[in-house]
Design a protein around this ligand. Structure first.
Ligand code: TYM
Length: 330
């Protein structure tokens, strides 16, 4: 897939704990590539993270962790606008306005909502239900062409397009209809212990490699990843567990699939996992080291966020103003 240029891009990640290689390959890696020749806005969606139980005492630290991880992965504050969602009040305000034109039925069909609601023991909040409307607001305020995300977010981007279209038809053209930007091979990185489930921080330590994991931990996790019974290394014909490991290997080494299949022919799973572990360790090492450095002092991070909030607010408030005008608000 050729990297686009001259476009406006927006994306966000929740600051709900450690970021893992699924977040990196599904989203952050693309963010870094896209910032070269596009106008890029990247936010930390803290208001989304508080729709599920969380610890307010350490939450601001988790937000700073996420910013540090963006920077450590190569997101560059001189090229991209990096900001915290709750620092730009236009996001919540537009979410309310868009909520007035979002059918209950459409929101009830969102799979992420259904999954999260099923996991909650107490009753589900309005915030969790309205989560995709806030995401639509995040996106539409910046009129982006593309939204780089993993496959699990396509349904939300589709909903965003529907909301934008409905607004434009009812009140007049304001919004650009965005498209999800999803590189195929890393669109959905699966769990290391169950290839039928997406890699996710909520499924337990052994299921994912965190970007902050040490080489020893990475090696342990990869060596105990599930494989198939027969050692077949084929991007087309291997079972899902091995296809997932191959996709990670391909993305981490930047080798093409034919070269990899040739390299692995005649090898066993143990040998492959050792190679994979080394490839992941080498990719993650500089990210972790940079992250640890950035996390020693908040000052730099806070400056980046202050500047980001200011720049994002200018754009967001201009769109919000236009929306209010079109909706007839005085
Ligand atoms: P979140 O915080 O769950 O995930 C952040 C990004 O990582 C991608 N991702 C994956 N990609 C491939 N394989 C995986 N196993 C994997 N797990 C996560 C996600 O697709 C996502 O791109 N609702 C969003 C956050 C959000 C947002 C936005 C995104 C809020 N507003 C506006 C884009 C634009 C979410 O929960 O992502």
């Amino acid at each position: 897939m050729e990297t686009p240029s001259g476009k406006t891009i927006l994306s966000g990640i929740q600051p709900s704990g450690t970021l893992h290689i699924g977040n990196y390959l599904g989203a952050l890696k693309q963010w870094v590539e896209l910032q070269k020749d596009n106008t890029t806005y990247y936010c930390i969606v803290d208001l989304h993270a508080v729709t599920v139980p969380y610890n307010p005492k350490v939450f601001s630290e988790r937000v700073l962790d996420a910013v540090a991880m963006y920077l450590a992965c190569g997101v560059d504050p001189d090229k991209s606008v990096i900001f915290i969602q709750s620092n730009v009040s236009a996001h919540s305000e537009l979410a309310w306005l868009l909520g007035t034109m979002t059918p209950f039925g459409e929101l009830s069909r969102m799979t992420q909502f259904k999954d999260k609601a099923a996991k909650q023991k107490t009753s589900t909040s309005l915030g969790l239900f309205a989560y995709p409307v806030l995401m639509a607001a995040d996106i539409l305020l910046y009129k982006p062409d593309l939204v780089p995300v993993g496959e699990d977010q396509t349904q939300h981007v589709e909903l965003t397009r529907n909301i934008a279209q409905r607004f434009n038809n009812t009140f007049g053209e304001v919004f650009t209809l965005p498209n999800a930007y999803i590189p195929k091979s890393t669109a959905r990185i699966m769990s290391l212990t169950d290839a039928s489930r997406k890699m996710s921080k909520s499924d337990g330590e052994k299921t994912y490699v965190a970007l902050s994991d040490s080489p020893d931990i990475i090696r342990k996790k990869i060596m105990s990843a599930v494989t198939e019974t027969e050692p077949v290394f084929s991007f087309e014909k291997s079972g899902p567990a091995v296809q997932n490991l191959l996709a990670i290997y391909e993305a981490m080494t930047n080798k093409d699939s034919a070269t990899i299949e040739q390299e692995l022919s005649g090898k066993g799973y143990k040998e492959f996992k050792e190679m994979l572990a080394e490839a992941v360790i080498e990719k993650v090492r500089p990210i972790r080291e940079q992250y640890e450095l950035l996390r020693k002092d908040d000052t730099e991070l806070r400056i980046v966020l202050g500047r980001g909030a200011q720049r994002a607010s200018q754009i967001a408030n201009t769109t919000l103003h236009l929306v209010k005008e079109k909706m007839g608000l005085l």
